[in-house]
Design a protein around this ligand. Structure first.
Ligand code: PEP
Ligand code: MG
Length: 328
């Protein structure tokens, strides 16, 4: 099987009946970025900027960040790179920026922290903008958005950074392009404000890992409740289905970048729901390409219809496994 998967790895990701799925890579380490370059794919759907921050002993300067981001962007110059602003806090501590909280997952994480520290946010955005000069393949993604206010505040700071950098480089011949802006859908409140949010940003990206954690109120890293953490919980699947229907109705592009996008059953269900962009860890890319190439949309919709009648995640898995077995 793995030989078959490898043989078809470079073929376009399209179901038997012609449904095209854009597969992108989640990256954070430079080796993952290099994989994206080798893959000739659809770019980096999620670049986790906190990873290089976590590997250091102090905050990287604007210059250091710009150099790093430039390396990432120029590794895949023909493809889009979605860079997420710093998503620390929760399960991602920065050794040189200790945060002590009773409930870190409900506390100071993601955009909450960076909007409270505009100097961190501005330096990062300025570095991203400088790095994108002349390449223009940057998109910016905001993590942990829970309200329109946060989007407005972030946009105000991004505008500020844009004008500052434009001023700085005004002598040069190349003009700075404004990157497209997106938000992570991972805090449940945003599910009830999608039409409003769609008016403020250019794209959505579903973080199914955190969305699962927050919808089910289950710490994603607590082994004691690990049995309750499940992205195939019927409520999570309903939320994912609802998001893509609303995104389509509001004509805003939406992708999924959580783990479920890199799992065979998950990718098939997401395709059936209407998702056409999936971002995943590099090591899942070939497998998912192969899986999608060997299923058809019509059948996957029948599977989804069965799955949506399920009362439990066990029933969901039974339907998925039956389908996968029948496909061989
Ligand atoms: C997610 O929450 O699904 C996601 C992709 O982001 P992270 O795993 O980095 O929190
Ligand atoms: Mg997340």
């Amino acid at each position: 099987l793995s030989e078959k998967i490898d043989a078809e790895a470079d073929k376009a990701c399209e179901s038997e009946d012609g449904c095209r799925i854009m597969l992108m890579i989640n990256a954070g380490l430079s080796v993952e970025v290099e994989t994206a370059a080798r893959h000739h794919g659809n770019g980096i759907g999620l670049y986790r900027t906190e990873i290089p921050f976590m590997l250091r002993e102090s905050f990287p300067s604007e210059k250091e960040q710009a150099k790093l981001y430039r390396e990432v962007l120029s590794c895949v110059p023909e493809q889009l790179v979605t860079m997420r602003t710093l998503d620390v806090g929760g399960d991602k501590p920065l050794p040189y920026f200790p945060i002590n909280e009773e409930n870190p997952f409900l506390g100071w994480r993601g955009v909450r922290l960076t909007l409270d520290h505009p100097e961190i946010f501005l330096v990062q955005i300025r570095a991203m903008l400088k790095a994108s000069l002349g390449l223009n393949n940057l998109q910016i993604l905001l993590p942990m958005i829970s309200s329109v206010n946060e989007v407005q505040e972030a946009k105000r700071l991004i505008d500020q950074a844009f004008y500052e950098v434009t001023e700085e480089i005004s002598a040069g011949a190349v003009r700075l392009q404004r990157p497209r802006l997106g938000i992570m859908l991972e805090v449940p409140s945003v599910l009830y404000q999608l039409p409003q949010l769609a008016r403020h940003v250019d794209f959505f990206s579903v973080g199914s890992n955190d969305l699962t954690q927050y919808l089910l109120a289950v710490d994603r890293n607590n082994t004691r409740v690990a049995g309750l953490y499940n992205s195939y919980h019927p409520a999570v699947l309903s939320a994912l289905y609802d998001i893509v229907k609303q995104a389509d109705a509001n004509q805003i592009p939406v992708s999924v970048c959580g783990e479920i996008a890199g799992e065979p059953g998950g990718a098939i269900l997401l395709m059936a729901m209407g998702y056409r962009r999936l971002s995943m860890n590099a090591h899942n890319l070939r497998k998912i390409n192969w899986v999608i190439r060997n299923v058809n949309l019509a059948e996957s919709r029948d599977l989804l219809a069965c799955v949506l009648t399920s009362h439990t995640h066990q029933e969901v898995f039974t339907h998925i496994n039956q389908y996968l077995e029948q496909k061989g």
